[in-house]
Ligand binder design. Structure first.
Ligand code: C2O
Ligand code: CU
Ligand code: CU
Length: 470
């Protein structure tokens, strides 16, 4: 039995010991309909904004699944263009990964596709389209996905903040102009309105003494975020769904690039009646208050901080064997350079994306794969099943890139030569301009997998590649 199969069997045994057998094996059935609808950024009674929705809501319904329990999700396409759903961060069979052309035929208008998988890892994930990604994500298609731990962890409340960034016109509608060369070759389509769970956030009511688990997910096309909780000390419990050693972030700032998730624990140590800002100050000179923590005036809910352990149980990830790893290097190239010039990129893969005004602006190792995924994308490299891949990602551009791997989670080893602490695993690794990251993973999941920048404009304009695990 493979290590993965063995771990899965172990996890299965643990599950069936703690759950009634009928429940553990029963397939969880869900339905999602993709269709045009409306967003209400300022609340139920506010003016509508035309958007694209999952089951009629922005964001889509929160899917709560159980670790080790099979799920079957029927997705029906009510748009008048092709779509797919990608279950971002879930280590699932390749055929369920939702990349059009590469892992499945696109879901045509009026048609359905049935996704079936068993989530191996508990944690915080999300789902989104992988067809016409820039437009579909930009028109609102995204939803939270939670895989619950077998044993519930000790928190007073478990909250999910799905953060979205919108570029709106003066009359409050989603601006067109997706994929223009400016956005594509620079920072991507950064918008002018940030929402939490589909609305402009009101204050978050909290009680002194309570312990929150807050699951943060950045579902923006391009906006990077760095959140600070004034007067509070968040502790990071998990990154991209994978538990790490609990730690306070550097300078108390939670850096959250597009597609990244961070689970934090927040002990509410403020005074009853007090109010504290949650600030995003990623971009120099453009800090803004995202929301406020507003304490109830009542007496503390608990007089001493809860002293339950913070660490979440680790997921069954295969440990890389670095000694005999296969080394691969990925170099990120292109984009706008100083003086308004596009860096020249090497070869181009002739798959010009209709709707992209400018074609390729970026490349990986001299090759530009544009769009979302196509049949016949040649893998950049091939890994033997079970082999450890030691992957170096080098950013030679002048821009930030959250690089995302499908089908696997990466053990992040070093950044610019310095060891990355806290035993972190990530599916989306943020590289600052000129950063070099080293990471590793075990190629235990066969198939052709995407590796791309999650700034949607960058992906569409060539910052994407494919590799194969046999
Ligand atoms: Cu979140 Cu290739 O995807
Ligand atoms: Cu993904
Ligand atoms: Cu990028």
């Amino acid at each position: 039995m493979s290590r993965r199969g063995f771990l899965a069997a172990l996890a299965g045994a643990a599950m069936s010991a703690s759950l009634p057998p009928a429940r553990a094996s029963a397939v969880d059935e869900r339905r999602i309909k993709v269709a045009p609808g409306e967003a209400r950024f300022s609340g139920e009674d506010g003016p509508p904004t035309a958007a694209w929705t999952y089951n009629g809501t922005i964001p889509g319904p929160a899917l709560r699944l159980r670790q080790g329990q099979p799920v079957r999700i029927t997705v029906e396409n009510g748009l008048n263009e092709d779509t797919t759903v990608h279950w971002h961060g879930i280590r699932l069979p390749n055929a369920m990964d939702g990349v059009p052309g590469l892992t499945q035929p696109p879901i045509k208008p009026g048609e359905s596709f049935v996704y079936e998988f068993t989530p191996p890892d508990a944690g915080t994930f999300w789902y989104h389209p992988h067809a016409d990604s820039l437009v579909q994500l930009g028109r609102g298609l995204a939803g939270p996905l939670i895989v619950e731990e077998a044993e519930p962890a000790a928190f007073d409340r478990d909250l999910f903040w799905l953060l979205q960034d919108w570029r709106l016109t003066k009359d409050g509608q989603i601006a067109g102009g997706f994929g223009n060369m400016m956005d594509a070759s620079m920072s991507g389509r950064v918008g002018n309105l940030v929402t939490i769970n589909g609305t402009v956030p009101a204050d978050l009511g909290v009680r002194a003494g309570e312990r929150l688990r807050l699951r943060l997910a950045n579902a923006s096309l391009a906006r990077m975020m760095a959140l600070r909780f004034d007067g509070h000390r968040p502790v990071v419990l998990a990154i991209d769904g994978q538990p790490c050693d609990p730690h306070e972030p550097e300078d108390g700032r939670l850096v959250l690039a597009p597609a990244m998730r961070i689970d934090i624990v927040l002990d509410m140590r403020g005074d009853p009646g007090s109010r504290h800002a949650v600030i995003d100050d990623f971009y120099d000179g453009l800090a803004y208050t995202l929301t406020n923590l507003a304490y109830d005036k009542a007496f503390p809910f608990r007089s001493h901080p809860l002293d339950a352990p913070l660490a979440l149980p680790r997921n069954p990830l295969p440990e890389p064997a670095l000694a005999n790893a296969m080394r691969q290097v990925i170099v990120l190239q292109g984009g706008m350079m100083g003086g308004g010039k596009l860096a020249s990129v090497g070869g181009m893969m002739g798959m010009g994306m209709p709707g992209m005004n400018g074609g390729a602006a970026w490349a990986i190792n001299g090759m530009s794969m544009t769009g979302d995924g196509h049949a016949g994308m040649a893998p950049q490299f091939t890994l033997e099943r079970g082999a450890t891949c030691h992957l170096t990602i080098r950013n030679e551009t002048a821009w930030w890139h959250p690089m995302h791997i499908h089908g696997f989670s990466l053990s992040v080893l070093s950044r610019n030569g310095a060891t990355v602490p806290h035993r972190q695993w990530q599916d989306t690794v943020l590289l600052a301009p000129k950063d070099v990251i080293e990471c590793a993973f075990v190629a235990d999941n066969p198939g052709n997998w995407m590796l791309h920048c999650h700034v949607a404009d960058h992906q569409m304009a060539g910052l994407m590649t494919v590799f194969r695990a046999t």
